[in-house]
Design a protein around this ligand. Structure first.
Ligand SMILES: CC(C)(COP(=O)(O)OP(=O)(O)OC[C@H]1O[C@@H](n2cnc3c(N)ncnc32)[C@H](O)[C@@H]1OP(=O)(O)O)[C@@H](O)C(=O)NCCC(=O)NCCS
Length: 162
């Protein structure tokens, strides 16, 4: 699935566009700075190659500052990865990416959206709640490095019928 370049309408600072293979180096560097269990570059390449996948980057000032990866499994969208490089946080990069993701996914029927997030990750949980995700359960010990629990979040499709 792809997205034409959509300039962020709020302040003109962000450009949200499809992630391309040449972006993987910059995206992987953010990933390594951000997560204790980072995806490797081949995982990003594999996602870019998937027909059903959505992979977006947000550029700020011409630099890749944030990204989002999602994929459809059966009839549910899985929001698999969202990260914003440290200096660019709290500037609505993640919100812009999620809005673009909804603009793409809401065009076609599906059951809803799901994701997992560390139970301690209050900023991400607040972000997802602000988009209407609700907590639906816990996956105990989900993260293999420290066995932290994952919170499962869900959002219904808001279209006609799935
Ligand atoms: C979580 C994360 C993606 C948020 O990205 P961001 O671009 O800073 O978020 P936004 O600026 O779009 O924030 C949107 C809303 O989310 C919530 N939010 C975001 N960061 C927050 C924080 N540190 N504390 C509290 N609320 C926060 C707020 O409601 C915020 O709205 P506001 O700024 O108007 O108050 C970013 O902090 C990040 O990359 N964290 C590390 C990676 C990660 O946790 N990814 C998610 C894994 S599931």
């Amino acid at each position: 699935m792809s997205l034409e370049i959509v300039p962020d309408v709020r302040d003109g600072e962000h450009v949200i566009r499809d992630m391309l293979f040449p972006d993987i180096e910059a995206v992987s560097a953010i990933e390594r700075r951000t997560f204790t269990l980072p995806w490797s570059p081949p995982i990003f390449s594999g996602q870019l190659a998937r027909e059903t996948g959505i992979a977006l980057v947000c550029e700020i000032g011409g630099r890749v500052a944030a990204y989002l990866i999602a994929d459809m499994f059966v009839d549910v969208w899985h929001l698999m990865n969202v990260a914003v490089d440290g200096p660019y946080r709290r500037r609505h990069a993640a919100s812009g990416l999620i809005e673009a993701y909804f603009a793409i996914t809401e065009m076609h029927g599906h059951r809803g959206h799901t994701l997992e997030v560390r139970v301690s990750n209050k900023s991400a949980i607040d972000l997802y709640r602000s988009f209407g995700f609700v907590s639906t359960g816990i996956r105990p010990g989900y993260y293999s490095d420290d066995h932290e629990d994952a919170l499962i979040m869900w959002k219904d499709w808001e279209g006609e019928t799935a």
